[in-house]
Design a protein around this ligand. Structure first.
Ligand SMILES: Cc1cc2nc3c(=O)[nH]c(=O)nc-3n(C[C@H](O)[C@H](O)[C@H](O)COP(=O)(O)OP(=O)(O)OC[C@H]3O[C@@H](n4cnc5c(N)ncnc54)[C@H](O)[C@@H]3O)c2cc1C
Length: 493
């Protein structure tokens, strides 16, 4: 699908489905000839789906199926850095960081521009640490220190540890699922939700591994207790993103091709309500790896004239808007070699490649880096000097950046820059849920048997998401969805 010229059919497929009036899909006549039957069926094997599966298993369910349209697990979660925000006295105090749940919650509400659900934000923040320990119990390991990741607002990001750059902590969760007899079917796309009278019965699927152009045979899977949608966001659906924010036309995405949002649209087609789809986050990175805007405390943004133009610890939407309003939407993120060495190994390996494509630049001095970037050296050298003075004094007179988010001066050669054109990164909008992860219909009532968690959900992050809160959200609400699906919703979450 092309972004700038979606066909009429594409337009109505994607845009019609998110318009205000719900479209009730007529059910296929043969919908009840089930090919297979499970108690709980989960769509998607990312952070949310795997957490939902493990939690459903803990709640006693022994008949769980995960449908995954790709030939491997993980979606955006697999390629994400996995930084997980949680107030963690043990790790943070060792670093002399004073944090609190009240601060975490207040920052998340403020960052949402007051548009995120306070109830769901409370659940997100208050259950984060317990959820982190839960993941540790399944074998996921986190570094001993916390960091303030880009757009993170506070140093409470937990960094998952992996052995090598091609590995993901997602692999550990997949293994735990398989050990427990949770079935994962790959190359199985959930195409339609089968529902009757506001009650979900199952899902129609097709095999995505066959030869392209050949119509795959449909299968009908019964979800006896619950269907859990954990299918991720729509950041890789260019037409849908553009329909919600025209400024995003032509931007690349950091997401895998699986983040297309068709499951959200399917849920809307059976009467679910979606919230906040206009709120789409961008990252300073044309491609997934070649960016150094990882840890705020170590980096700096400059425009094409070598001047700072924004507080680097600002909300992500503020930085997005500033970059999109620069001439040619062009800016650079700068780190010194210490900052570079903090970036994940996969990023560094990719940076070497990107040096050749001139999307990453390296200079043994600031002036040499300026020359490579073709920006005025004198201005750039002064920018770095002024910034380093701000770090020493703890006072950023130019932009008022917080002391804790500028803890490291830019001094160690070589110096690195990456172009930071904006790329579509995260979709804050999605299905409206209640505290039990039940999907709400357009009348405000839960749709029976339908649950959702992770990026397919909307209304939690409001208009802007705190960096590191998406992974927390996917796991926290995945865990709740699995429990609610099996145990019902009368107990406390
Ligand atoms: C490069 C990158 C880095 C990031 N870093 C961070 C970070 O450090 N911290 C943070 O908080 N957030 C981060 N994010 C955001 C975060 O990773 C995502 O919001 C989160 O992983 C979403 O998890 P999920 O389980 O909801 O969706 P996903 O992980 O995307 O999983 C959804 C799964 O559903 C499958 N699926 C979709 N449609 C269908 C269908 N029709 N049938 C069957 N299967 C289907 C997909 O193939 C996919 O496997 C990052 C995102 C990216 C792209």
């Amino acid at each position: 699908m092309t972004l700038s010229h979606p066909t009429r059919r594409e337009f109505f497929t994607y845009v019609g489905a998110v318009s205000a009036a719900p479209v009730f899909r007529a059910q296929a006549k043969d919908a009840h000839r089930w090919d297979a039957s499970f108690d709980v069926v989960i769509v998607g094997s990312g952070a949310a789906g795997l957490s939902a599966a493990l939690s459903a298993h803990e709640a006693g369910c022994r008949s769980i199926l995960i449908l995954e349209k790709m030939s491997f697990a993980g979606g955006a979660s697999r390629i994400s850095c996995g930084y997980f925000n949680a107030v963690d006295p043990q790790r943070q105090r060792a670093m002399h960081i004073e944090d609190s749940l009240e601060l975490f919650e207040a920052q998340t509400i403020k960052s949402s521009h007051g548009k995120g659900s306070k109830e769901l934000i409370h659940i997100l923040c208050s259950q984060a640490l317990d959820c982190l320990h839960w993941l540790e119990g399944y074998g996921v390991r986190y570094a001993d220190n916390c960091s303030q990741i880009y757009g993170g607002m506070f140093p409470r990001g937990h960094i998952p540890l992996v052995q090598n750059p091609n590995e993901s902590y997602i692999d550990i969760l997949v293994e735990r699922c398989l050990e427990r007899g949770i079935e994962i079917q790959y190359s199985q796309s959930a195409d339609e939700i089968i529902a009757e009278n506001n009650c979900v019965l199952g899902v129609k699927t097709s095999n995505t591994s066959g030869p392209s152009g050949k119509k795959a045979k449909a299968r009908f899977i019964r979800a006896r207790k619950a269907l859990i949608l954990a299918s991720g966001g729509f950041a890789a659906n260019a037409a849908l993103c553009e329909a919600h924010d025209v400024r995003l036309r032509g931007l690349e995405t950091t997401n895998p091709p699986s983040s297309t949002g068709e499951v959200m649209l399917e849920a809307i087609a059976i009467g679910a309500y979606a919230a906040g789809c206009d709120y789409i986050e961008c990252m300073p990175s044309p491609v997934r790896f070649s960016r150094f805007a990882v840890f705020t405390e170590r980096m700096l943004f400059v425009d094409a004239k070598g001047r700072r133009f924004v507080r680097e610890d600002e909300f992500r939407d503020v930085i997005r808007d500033k970059v999109l309003s620069l001439p040619d939407k062009r800016a650079y993120v700068i780190v010194d070699n210490d900052g570079y060495m903090q970036c994940p190994l996969a990023f560094r390996e990719n940076a070497e490649e990107e040096l050749k494509k001139q999307r990453v630049f390296r200079g043994s001095t600031i002036a040499e880096l300026a020359e490579k970037l073709r920006i005025p050296a004198a201005v750039f050298v002064k920018t770095i000097k002024d910034y380093n003075e701000s770090v020493s004094s703890g006072n950023d007179r130019q932009f008022g950046r917080g002391r804790e988010s500028m803890r490291y001066a830019i001094t160690q050669e070589p110096f690195w820059a990456a172009s930071c054109d904006m790329a579509i990164h995260h979709t804050m909008g999605g299905l409206l849920i209640d505290r039990y992860c039940r999907v709400m219909n357009w009348e405000g009532a839960p749709i029976k048997g339908l649950f959702a968690c992770g990026e397919v959900v909307g209304g939690i992050h409001g208009a802007n998401r705190i960096g590191g809160n998406a992974i927390t959200e996917a796991h926290v609400f995945g865990r709740i969805a699995g429990r609610s699906a099996v145990s019902g919703v009368s107990g406390d979450v």
